[in-house]
Design a protein around this ligand. Structure first.
Ligand code: UDP
Length: 247
């Protein structure tokens, strides 16, 4: 049986999701920028969940191209660096749009910084309408404000559009007690409370994002995007990675 038909048969746990993809995920094996093959494989994974009828809003990062915080350490004033970072997310959003549409997934890019020749402006009710019509929306330019991150954007948009969950796609299998690349016995958590994440300063998302999720009861699932089928498994409610919520 074709995988698309199989995917349709299983009932997703979530009706509407925010999928946060970092710029690094688009970077793939490249030292900088975009690895187009990595982008194509992410598109295929997103396609699978769309075929299950899940309304999907993607928040894309820009760290593969530019990060305002890093630039600030080298003399670029933070706000300017942050705007540069936000523009980097627009480049990534356009790339994601192309690969998704090549895979046959209808999309719209909505940007928090107006650039009418490039993409639609982010308007909450319009974003929801696109989702209802089965389009994947790609949210570019973060919140539109410096001193924030695309993680906080994911939390903010999740609350605004009434998403059931945030999927934070990373390159590790979830949240660990220490950096698993450096500490051999680092333990992976299956479940965490928002309070655990905040008080133990665990690296899930930045503090603003986690607080916003806590205050508005939006669960966060952190998982490895490089494991094929993980986005689909997460959508089906299978145990992937680490879930942060009210426990
Ligand atoms: N950024 C910002 N405001 C936002 C979102 C992003 O100023 O609302 C800037 C910030 O400089 C950040 C960069 O855009 O470093 C890229 O975003 P982020 O670091 O969140 O990308 P990721 O790490 O997910 O690739």
């Amino acid at each position: 049986m074709a995988s698309a038909a199989r995917a349709r048969r299983k009932k997703p746990r979530y009706r509407r999701i925010i999928l946060k993809i970092s710029g690094e995920a688009l970077q793939g094996s490249q030292p900088y920028g975009i690895d187009i093959d990595a982008a194509y494989s992410i598109a295929e994974e997103i396609k699978e969940i769309c075929e299950m009828g899940v309304e999907t809003a993607v928040v894309i990062g820009g760290g593969n191209i530019f990060r305002g915080g890093e630039a600030a350490t080298k003399g670029i004033e933070q706000s300017t660096g942050d705007y540069m970072g936000m523009l980097a997310t627009v480049i990534n959003a356009l790339c994601l749009q192309v690969v998704l549409e090549r895979a046959g997934v209808p999309t719209r890019v909505l940007t928090a910084i107006s650039m009418q020749q490039v993409a639609e402006p982010y308007i909450r009710r319009r974003a929801i309408r696109h989702l209802e019509k089965g389009r994947v929306i790609i949210l570019a330019a973060g919140t539109g404000n410096p001193y924030f991150t695309t993680d906080t954007t994911a939390a903010l948009r999740a609350v605004e559009i009434d998403a059931d969950v945030i999927f934070k796609a990373t390159k590790v299998d979830g949240v660990y007690s220490a950096d698993p690349h450096r500490v051999k016995n680092a333990k992976r958590f299956k479940m965490l409370s928002y309070r655990d994440v905040i008080t133990r300063e665990l690296k899930v998302m930045d503090g603003t994002a986690v607080t916003l999720c806590r205050d508005n009861k939006v669960p966060i699932v952190v998982f490895n995007i490089w494991k094929k089928g993980n986005i689909k498994r997460a959508v089906l409610g299978e145990a992937v990675g680490t879930t942060v919520g009210n426990i």
